[in-house]
Design a binder for this molecule. Structure first.
Ligand code: ZN
Length: 342
């Protein structure tokens, strides 16, 4: 029995091989003894766990009217000086992560999720729920809002609750989170008269601040900020105001009617603790060899500072990776990382 184990184990993510194996056993009828049945049960358990894998992703980059050069200067990515977004872990059709290593090199994370659920602990839902990105705002982003799940469902998407971890911020940088209107009438009037100075709630931000932006919260990332954003896997944004600036000679579309439909009222509370309704979120600092066991649905890591190793693989600032379901792993070095679980 033990001799057979290494033969089938490399294929254990593929149930077809396991079924072929047991078919052969049945035909041979050689394993009827009680001890062998226990051994087979153990083998099934081990095989169902899948093969341990640490999977690195190729980020997808987007130039933006408000983008800057931090993604090249601080993260060493080979990108333009107007790169605004780096999508590090994504199955969203607008920017899917490509796998950089393992037997799945060249395939997308979405392919892996759709076809090899054992790596995700047989996660029961059809859609991969999160998107991890870095945003470099050299100019102000538009004042915007995202719909919640019930509104977005009509459009075939998740809603978008998001959270920000500030990686770097210039002195006196402010963000917009929430508004001061107390009723729908007041909100509509202030928007119609472009009274954004009085409507919007501005707050100071600095490096290492954390904000949870629930769907329905008016917000804007403001110039001088580099941040890590973890969000529901959605790309629906309703733009309320874009400072009347031009993008390629044209004003970008506004979506004022839809924005008013989804904005929470009242909403002047800034949330600085994580709400784990959609995903768990943790910043972890490592200074010597540390052991972890990944979550049933996998651990999703963004390396924010430093370099070191994960098991026998090198990791450095700017890497995005996942550890598949329920596996033990070690990280060594001087590293700051963000871990998402769902
Ligand atoms: Zn947003």
């Amino acid at each position: 029995m033990f001799l057979l184990f290494p033969i089938i184990c490399p294929y254990s993510s593929n149930q077809q091989y396991i079924l072929m194996f047991f078919d052969k056993i049945n035909k041979a009828n050689k394993f009827a003894l009680q001890n062998d049945i226990i051994l087979i049960d153990t083998l099934i358990f081990l095989c169902k766990r899948g093969v341990k894998m640490i999977i690195f992703f190729e980020p997808v980059f987007f130039d933006k009217v408000w983008g800057g050069n931090f993604l090249s200067s601080k993260f060493n990515f080979n990108v333009s000086n107007t790169c605004g977004e780096c999508w590090g872990i994504s199955t969203h059709k607008n920017g899917e992560s490509i796998i950089k290593n393992t037997e799945f090199k060249g395939k997308t994370l979405k392919y892996l999720f759709d076809n090899h659920k054992s790596y995700f602990g047989n996660y029961s839902k059809n859609e991969f729920p999160i998107l991890v990105k870095i945003i470099d705002a050299q100019k102000d982003l538009s004042i915007q809002v995202h719909p919640d799940d019930s509104y977005a469902r009509k459009l075939g998407s998740f809603g978008k609750s998001e959270c920000w971890y500030i990686l770097d911020a210039l002195d006196n940088t402010k963000m917009i989170i929430g508004h001061n209107a107390k009723s729908l009438d007041e909100l509509t009037n202030m928007i119609n008269s472009k009274d954004y100075n009085n409507l919007l709630n501005k707050i100071d931000v600095k490096k290492n601040d954390y904000f949870y932006i629930e769907a329905g919260t008016v917000h804007a990332i403001c110039k001088g900020t580099l941040l890590l954003e973890v969000q529901q896997s959605s790309d629906i944004t309703y733009r309320l105001y874009d400072y009347d600036r031009l993008d390629n000679g044209k004003l970008r579309d506004l979506h004022i009617k839809k924005a008013i439909e989804v904005i929470k009222i009242p909403d002047n509370e800034v949330v600085t603790t994580h709400n784990n309704k959609y995903f768990d979120y943790e910043i972890i600092e490592i200074h010597n060899n540390t052991s972890f066991i990944s979550h049933l649905h996998g651990d999703y890591l963004a390396i924010l500072e430093g370099h070191g190793t994960i098991n026998d693989l090198t990791i450095k600032k700017g890497d995005f990776l996942m550890v598949t379901s329920n596996e033990s792993y070690n990280i060594d070095g001087n590293i700051k990382l963000q871990r998402t679980r769902f």
